[in-house]
Design a protein around this ligand. Structure first.
Ligand code: FMN
Length: 398
């Protein structure tokens, strides 16, 4: 009987399997969810106090609920590698053939870790400080926008609920998140996100699309008012410059324009979407405080390398001069450690935390971050790494 089931399953295509799983999940009962401090050994010191609950939130329940709500935009695959959703932009996938998304995942998967157990590292330090703000883990939520047009959540989750889940969940896990700026999002949606930034005392980074200088500076002023920690411009969204609708101008930026953005505010300026050593050095030169090594989750240009493939040479040139974030395909704590060993100061996680927010709200996000934190701690012990701020590249077999 067992064999028959296995044979039937293996004869299905992967997409069919995922679809079947999603429909099955739709019929499943969802247990009530609540994660509280003290239930998880990974709960960070900085997390706010919450009421204890008898029913711990389970990962499988969060993913089941996420699948129910997100299907067919996201199948919530067991491995989020961009295969099932290739070409689905808008949606949750990678653009065109999906190669850039696949490359993110594959570039990390091919790196192996050297196991070392002859040492005295028992309780590694996972904390970092970002512009004066201490984080329990070097893991931030990436900006993910488009609750309706990307995630298909109309009538299931509002923009307000989504950003609250994402930013609030990060804070519960002792870290911070990023707020998105969709290319076609009206200003009132942006205001909703900044309200959440203000609600969490500015413990968030707000992103801005590479709109006209005037539009960007208007949004920088809004972020200053909300008390945001920093702002990022996802300059890689400029690919849509040629086909942007009226009133939705996005554009590549010159050095002069980038300098103007860095100089117009005291907020740290992060340039998101750096994939070459040259542009990383230019980001330093124009006064940016941080870069995100990123191909936008493979969503803007087909056939780019994975971010883990380009990170090391970038870090070798600009480490210490600018804060280096990286994102793309980071799914496990071991992936976080690999990125740190390649030279990142911190990582951003997109789709997995999106699923957490949709499937379990703030607690779903915190659960997923804490799971990654657990895995990171284990990986640090087993590679003899005492501190996330001093990860040696020689723990990698590249
Ligand atoms: C549905 C979706 C929406 C996104 N929206 C934005 C956005 O508005 N601004 C932005 O800078 N990046 C956006 N991104 C890219 C993410 O910030 C991040 O670079 C990417 O998701 C990281 O890859 P990962 O999802 O594999 O972790 C989006 C990604 C997804 C999947």
């Amino acid at each position: 009987m067992q064999d028959k089931t296995n044979n039937q399953e293996s004869s299905l295509t992967r997409r069919d399997f995922i679809k079947t799983a999603a429909i099955g999940a739709g019929a499943a009962a969802i247990v009530s969810m609540s994660l509280t401090e003290g239930q998880s050994q990974t709960q960070p010191a900085e997390a706010p106090k919450t009421q204890p609950s008898a029913t711990p939130l389970k990962l499988e329940d969060v993913l089941k609920k996420a699948r129910e709500k997100l299907y067919p935009r996201c199948r919530v695959c067991p491995e989020c590698d961009g295969r099932a959703c290739s070409g689905e932009v808008p949606g949750m996938g990678g653009i065109g053939s999906g190669k850039s998304f696949h490359n993110n995942y594959d570039s990390l998967a091919k790196i192996q870790l050297k196991m070392k157990t002859f040492h005295d590292v028992k309780k590694p330090d996972t904390s970092i400080t970002l512009w004066g703000h201490k984080l329990a883990v070097p893991i931030l939520s990436a900006a993910t926008g488009g609750v309706t047009y990307n995630m298909g959540l109309k009538g299931k989750m509002t923009d307000e609920e989504y950003i609250d889940a994402l930013l609030g969940g990060c804070i519960k896990a002792g870290t911070i998140g990023m707020a998105a700026d969709g290319i076609g999002d009206p200003l009132d949606i942006y205001e909703i996100r900044l309200k959440a930034v203000a609600k969490y005392n500015g413990k968030a980074i707000a992103t801005i699309k590479p709109k006209t200088q005037e539009e960007i500076i208007k949004r920088i002023r809004m972020i200053e008012k909300a008390g945001g920690l920093a702002f990022a411009v996802d300059i890689d969204s400029a690919g849509r410059a040629a086909r942007a609708l009226p009133g939705q101008t996005v554009e590549p930026k010159t050095m002069k324009q980038l300098k103007e953005l860095a100089q117009c505010t005291k907020l740290p300026f992060i340039i998101k979407g750096i994939m070459t050593v040259e542009e990383a050095e230019m980001a330093v030169e124009c006064g940016a405080a941080g870069i995100v090594v990123s191909n936008h989750g493979g969503r803007v240009l087909d056939h780019t390398p994975g971010s883990a493939d380009v990170l090391a040479p970038i870090a070798d040139k600009v480490k210490g001069k600018i804060v280096i974030f990286v994102d793309g395909g980071i799914r496990y704590g071991a992936d976080v450690l690999k990125m740190l060993a390649l030279g990142a100061d911190a990582v951003l996680v997109g789709r997995p935390l999106l699923r957490g927010a949709v499937g379990g709200g703030q607690d779903g996000v915190a659960l997923l971050i804490n799971k990654m934190k657990n895995e990171l701690v284990d990986s640090m012990v087993l590679t003899g790494t005492a501190d996330v701020k001093k990860v040696k590249r020689d723990i990698l077999i590249v």
